[in-house]
Design a protein around this ligand. Structure first.
Ligand code: C5P
Length: 220
């Protein structure tokens, strides 16, 4: 019988952390929590409520109105409404930085995410999971990957999921901007925790990444 653990995972946008770790979670029968989806859902909630993203107070006024429930990869409920189809929308990508840099939103997100993992057996993915949300996780992983390889993967994913507009140069620009923003914001920035195991997936296939991670987990 495997011991119950929490695995904290951070990494750059499009590094493969969500898709690879989702599959790892299925193999190991662990809960999979992608915190990026929660930030995206909250951003879309603000878009739908016509919030002015330049006004932090307006953003903060939405926190108490927001109720999030993850059903599965395709069904994400916000106040009972399915947000699954919206989480990769362009208006989400463009505005998420205003959400992610808001101190009160981050406080709310960190508390929400900690409540979700009170019982162990979770894989939690994000930007501040190894450093802020779950610094005591039994395994901490940092995913990285070259910008070009990540843009290519997102472009191909968009084709598969019929997401438009889908322009490689725009995706590349957005990923660079997001990296820069995620690494340089003052609250909850993306950084490599000193206890994290670093995995560079630039030259690894999906299956190869799975294999090295499953090997690593087995050692724990
Ligand atoms: O992982 P994903 O690309 O879906 O995340 C979308 C955005 O949400 C990130 O670029 C980041 O700004 C924000 N995020 C965050 N902290 C997390 C997860 C996501 O700031 N734990």
């Amino acid at each position: 019988m495997l011991k119950k653990i929490n695995i904290a995972v951070d990494g750059t946008a499009g590094s493969g952390k969500s898709s690879v770790m989702n599959e790892v979670a299925k193999v190991l029968k662990m809960n999979f929590i992608d915190t990026g989806v929660i930030y995206r859902a909250f951003t879309k909630f603000c878009v739908k409520n016509n919030i002015n993203f330049f006004e932090p107070k307006e953003i903060e006024s939405q926190i108490d109105l927001f109720s999030y429930k993850y059903i599965n990869e395709n069904e994400i409920l916000v106040n009972g409404e399915d947000y699954g189809p919206y989480i990769f929308d362009y208006d989400v990508v463009e505005n998420i930085k205003y959400i992610a840099q808001n101190v009160k939103v981050r406080e709310y997100m960190v508390n929400l995410q900690r409540q979700m993992v009170i019982e162990k057996n979770n894989i939690v993915i994000g930007r501040d999971i190894t450093t802020v949300v779950l610094p005591d996780a039994e395994l901490k992983i940092y995913f990285d990957c070259s910008v070009e390889a990540r843009a290519k993967r997102r472009f191909e994913q968009n084709i598969k999921n019929n997401i438009l507009p889908n322009v490689y140069e725009d995706i590349l620009r957005q990923i660079k901007q997001r990296d820069d923003f995620d690494k340089n914001r003052s609250t909850g920035p993306l950084k490599i925790d000193k206890g994290a195991w670093i995995l560079d997936t630039s030259n690894l296939t999906f299956e190869e990444s799975m294999k090295v991670i499953l090997n690593k987990i087995e050692q724990i």
